[in-house]
Design a binder for this molecule. Sequence first.
Ligand code: GUN
Ligand code: ZN
Length: 439
Amino acid sequence: MSDRKAIRGTFLDFIDDPFFRPATESARFLADGLLVVEAGRIVNFGDYDEVRSQHPTLEITHYPHHLITPGFIDLHTHYPQTEMIAAYGEQLMEWLDKYTFPTEAKFQDADYARRIAVFFLEELLRNGTTTAVVLPTIFPQSVEVFFEEAQRRNLRMIAGQVLMSRNAPDFMINPAGKAYEEMRSQIQKWHGQDRLLYAITPRFAITSTPEELAMAGALKAEFPEVYVHTHLSENLKEVEFTAQLFPESRDYLNVYEQFGLVGDRSIFAHCVQLDESAFGRLSKAGAAIAYCPTSNLFLGSGLFKLHQAKSVTQPIKVGLATDVGAGTSFSMLKTMGEAYKVAQLQGQSLSSLQAFYLATLGAAKALSLDDRLGNFAIGKEADFVVLDPTATPLMKLRNPKPATTLEEVMEQAFTLMIVGDDRMVKATYVGGAIAHSLL
Ligand code: GUN
Ligand code: ZN
């Protein structure tokens, strides 16, 4: 039996990059649109009258005065850090030692890990996030339960066991040889299974020996279709320590380059402290940056140079990310709002279209998944979010009328990213089915 259904409302998505193209050529706005989904995919999309005439008997769910966008993609986050969000007072290295490693140690226990994985995934959905690139821990059971729970929810998720073999407490060390076998069998079991994808995940250069990074590079060469996911150049002390540990590398990025870990399926979180040369090499390699504004502010890491990363001459693929629990919110709306403020502090502006792009099609491109995710193109996977621009009394006052033009929707989207949060997420659809609803 067909599970075909239709959703009517106001739609906003992207067909090109609003950093490089004018709004009218990059954004697609339908004041009254109809989205038809079947078997998890988009089968029709366009103006209501036109699409309706092709499906005259189809049952329709209508969201008047709402804004429907593609599901948000969180390009970097840590599920085991959910419970330690808002750990007080430190910068990166102290924060890791004092709060993070002891918390992650609890994920040896599979039942505990499952409980937090379930909470985390539900929290993503409550915030309209349908895909995330996720770090579990060094413990294989923490990887296993995460993939199981993501699979149960039909989610497109990317994750992989965290590699750590030095510069961490004993209870957070996993020998590289053992990790290699564990990751190999995880790739075979999970990569491409339903909507799940695997990422080779050295935590960062500091916690890996050269031998371990060489092993990670060899595994990537063996399975070129999997991702590489790690942290890069977040904090000045981290950069300094990395330089001491890898004296032969010309800079931090070069550590990863030397071990074959920089390519078009590599995702580097932060990149706050990178210089021009590293930006250029990331651009050339087709690698992606996960920009984590709430985390960068919370840990005092610095201001990411988004406009340099999106330069015309050396453009880099960038997506937004929460980086929970150094990040302070699961909400991609709030994350967009903080990205706006970080731009302002550098004398730049980030438009609502640019921000929504970084959380949808831009992130899908960063993952080389834009053939499947990121906008409402026919054939893509039907993950989307229904936002309510009148969800609170203040938002109702600010957005008294539904948007009828691109200009109006840009303003409404801006209010969502500056004032919005999970309360504005009316419903989240995964593979065409409701996965979260405030109804
Ligand atoms: N660098 C290495 N590990 C971490 C982590 O857990 N969080 C952040 N923000 N940076 C890191
Ligand atoms: Zn992180």
